[in-house]
Design a protein around this ligand. Structure first.
Ligand code: MN
Length: 270
């Protein structure tokens, strides 16, 4: 290659880069000058009773496509209750499968992808019958586990704090009484399912259980906290001793997050 050829190539490259910059500058200018759209914070929006974000404080779960978020801590961070291998399998295999199965089911009905996972679960009758059960199981599995990971923390455990502590005392008499009732409900849930503390339509705290991957929002209840009592959640360490798992789980319960969810649930009532 001659020097002249190289110089030509170099000049072409410089000209190309310059043109790209000019193009970008032209495109960005009007955007930069336009007022930044201000999204109304969730707290300030008037939200109907059943339209509050459930998965996260400020957003619902997307279905376009549904995505698996990282765990908010290391696999071995919750050893006080759950071993690392269980956490890894539970998140990387079980939760991932719910996400994949949901996306696969929605391939046939692309218009549904515009709705959030919560919106679909609140109105299952609006889902085409041939994928309704799949959406129920896997959309529910995605939502339940997304909530579940946030409800636990390496710094968790101990006595409840803040507003939830007061409300538990008012409703159940004491934290010990509440814990006992919650554990019993989880133990009594036959087969696979979840035990929940919910806020019901009468603005009261209530312990309920759901089968399979059903989420309380399908019944118009707001999930404040919940524990997974599927065998996949505890079997490696606890084998058939679900009661022991339920008992140890309180060592990782994330009370600040539960208080945040309680506040969200209260906002929907006011
Ligand atoms: Mn699970």
């Amino acid at each position: 290659m001659s020097i002249k050829f190289l110089r030509q190539q170099f000049l072409l490259l410089i000209t190309g880069v310059f043109l790209v910059f000019v193009l970008l500058a032209c495109q960005r200018a009007p955007i930069a000058e336009s007022p930044t759209p201000t999204a109304t914070p969730v707290t300030e929006r008037t939200i109907a009773n059943n339209q509050l974000p459930v998965a996260y404080p400020d957003k619902e779960l997307s279905a376009s496509p549904a995505q698996l978020s990282e765990l908010p801590y290391a696999d071995n961070a919750l050893e006080k209750a759950i071993d690392a291998e269980t956490m890894k399998l539970h998140h990387d295999r079980h939760h991932a499968a719910y996400v994949n199965n949901l996306n696969e089911a929605l391939q046939k009905y692309p218009e549904l992808k515009n709705r959030s996972v919560e919106a679909m679960l609140r109105d299952l009758n609006s889902i085409p019958e041939d994928i309704r059960q799949t959406v129920r199981n896997n959309g529910g599995g995605h939502l339940n586990h997304t909530i579940f990971w946030q409800l636990m923390s390496p710094d968790g455990g101990g006595q409840p704090t803040g507003e939830i502590a007061q409300q538990i005392n008012q409703t159940f008499g004491s934290f010990d009484a509440f814990r006992k009732q919650f554990n019993e409900a989880g133990g009594d849930r036959f087969g696979s399912g979840w035990v929940w503390l919910v806020r019901n339509g009468q603005n009261q705290l209530q312990i309920v259980t759901t089968p399979n991957q059903d989420n309380p929002i399908t019944d118009g209840l707001y999930p404040i906290m919940g524990n997974d009592v599927w065998e996949h959640a505890y079997y490696l360490r606890y084998q058939n001793r679900r009661a022991e798992y339920l008992n140890n789980w309180w060592n990782v319960v994330n009370w600040p997050e539960i208080n945040r969810r309680l506040q969200a649930a209260s906002r929907q009532q006011s």
